[in-house]
Design a binder for this molecule. Structure first.
Ligand code: SF4
Length: 188
């Protein structure tokens, strides 16, 4: 079977502000939901970013498996690439003990209409769902705005775990490049 491909905005190997503990983070490229005040508009264009194979992404995750406790998928809109996302999450679930956290701009009810949703939810520990609404901004507990709903789909985490996630981080990679991340980043 050919390796499914995913359009990637950025892969961050080690992050502390995108879920509990140390995690690898995948920001997918492409989102059509257009939330006013979106914090990451550079992820919207569906033809930008890099095209990567799921096996490549999985290898990048495995490279950090001794350090990280899980992965986070953000965007962009992950559920608009549901087939590739499902293949990646199935491998993470079946071949590693890593936890999985997914941000989506779709509401829980909208997500329920995605064809692969049952299999996807079976591979996800925590799903944060709903559009970002700048008028309801809270930027805490991993929720950008208070309308977003949190779905604990396994016993792995609870709200207290999400509340302890730092709202911001500064990452300096080995090349000296500086990146800002988190639900309330110090700088976009
Ligand atoms: S779903 Fe996320 S990436 Fe898409 S517009 Fe809304 S906040 Fe931005």
């Amino acid at each position: 079977m050919p390796d499914p491909i995913l359009r990637l905005h950025h892969f961050e190997p080690l992050s502390r502000s995108n879920g509990p503990g140390l995690r690898s983070v995948i920001w997918v490229q492409g989102c059509t939901l257009n939330c006013p005040g979106c914090f990451n508009p550079r992820t919207h264009a569906s033809q930008s970013g890099q095209v990567v194979g799921i096996s490549d992404l999985f290898e990048r995750i495995l490279a950090g498996a001794g350090q990280i406790e899980g992965i986070t998928i953000s965007g962009g809109e992950p559920l608009q690439q549901a087939p590739a996302l499902l293949e990646l999450l199935k491998r993470v679930k079946s071949e590693t003990g890593l936890s999985t956290l997914v941000f989506t701009g779709f509401t829980w009810e909208e997500a329920a209409r995605i064809p692969q949703i049952e299999e996807l939810l079976d591979c996800i520990d925590v799903l944060l769902a709903g559009r970002y609404r700048s008028d309801l901004r809270i930027a805490s507990g991993l929720r950008g705005s208070s309308n977003k709903t949190v779905h604990f789909l396994s016993a792995r985490y609870n709200q207290s775990d999400l509340d302890q996630v730092p709202p911001a981080e500064v990452i300096i990679d080995p090349t000296g490049e500086i990146r800002f991340s988190g639900i309330e980043p110090l700088r976009e």
